[in-house]
Ligand binder design. Structure first.
Ligand code: GLU
Length: 304
């Protein structure tokens, strides 16, 4: 497969979308990013790296981080994790309070904000040094020790994080938050603030594409079956209330973030990351979604 050629064709085709959509500005620090960026990087299970566009610039991975926090929590808790959080698509906005109330404090899945806040709480209870341990895992899975939190983004999100604070309060009310609300929010916002570029993100997703290699990064170990299940949750819940549309158009397990990043996998073959800050009304990257749609169309490679 000549991925290089396909990526350049895709880039030309999606160029008219460069100014379509709006970047997230409810996190003030994200509003400062140049929105007219686009990068894509494929890392194959054979170790080839194929890239196009703005692949060196780091961005805030935001909710893409939830794949890594879920991995860590699942490796520690196993199936018991699902007593605290569900694994059903939400069909609602990523920060819905109404749904959380209807579900009496048990979030639909670990990829909506409420679910990820519960996962952050689980990690805080289980780990001696959650901030350091999480960063260490992310660095190991991306094979890059320069990856870091962006504390300015995390602080900026906390400043305006009224809805997430309301979610955490509701979780506490329903008895589904063990630690101090403010400390859990701090850890959650830090996780979201992790910065990567497309090359690093596609590398970090590779272990989810390659179920034949051992998933073992420091203390975080998953069985091949657990990796399969994380892919299943990505497929059904990775794009909030756009998950059906994303499945329909793309057909690769993946996860998006409001920083404009997407990580996805074609199991057995490659991991791919895209970044473009302009989002559609559901909070997913316009150019990123289209690029992945064209990728699976032109290569005829998807899980369906
Ligand atoms: N930190 C963001 C929030 O909690 C993550 C949302 C996202 O990337 O979809 O609102």
């Amino acid at each position: 497969m000549n991925y290089k050629h396909i990526l350049s064709e895709i880039a030309a085709e999606i160029e008219p979308l460069r100014t379509v959509g709006r970047q997230a500005d409810y996190i003030p620090a994200l509003a400062k990013v140049n929105p007219d960026r686009f990068g894509i990087c494929i890392t194959t299970t054979h170790g080839d790296v194929i890239e196009w566009g703005d692949v060196d610039e780091r961005f805030s991975i935001q909710s893409v981080t939830k794949v890594f926090t879920l991995s860590m929590a699942l490796s520690i808790m196993g199936e018991r994790l699902w007593e605290r959080v569900g694994k059903e698509p939400s069909g609602a906005a990523f920060n819905s309070l109404i749904q959380l109330e209807l579900d009496r404090g048990v979030p639909r899945n670990p990829f909506i904000n409420a679910g990820a806040i519960v996962v952050a709480d689980v990690l805080m209870t289980q780990l001696a040094n959650p901030e350091a341990d999480y960063l260490d895992f992310v660095r190991k899975i991306a094979c890059d020790d320069t990856i870091d939190y962006d504390r300015e983004v995390a602080a900026s999100e906390r400043e305006k994080g009224y809805i997430n604070a309301a979610i955490a309060n509701m979780l506490k009310y329903y008895g589904n938050l063990e630690n101090d609300i403010e400390e859990v929010l701090h850890f959650y916002f830090l996780q979201c603030s992790v910065e990567m570029n497309c090359r690093q993100l596609s590398r970090a997703f590779l272990p989810f594409a390659d179920r034949h290699s051992e998933f073992s990064f420091g203390n975080v170990r998953l069985t091949s079956s657990q990796v399969k299940r994380i892919n299943a949750v990505m497929q059904t819940c990775g794009f909030y209330n756009d998950a059906g549309e994303y499945s329909y158009l793309v057909g690769l397990p993946g996860k998006s973030g409001v920083g404009g990043g997407i990580g996805a996998v074609y199991p057995g073959r490659y991991a791919v990351a895209t970044w473009s800050p302009r989002l559609n009304e559901k909070g997913n990257s316009v150019m990123g979604m289209k690029a992945l749609e064209l990728l699976t169309t032109y290569t005829r490679e998807s899980i369906f």
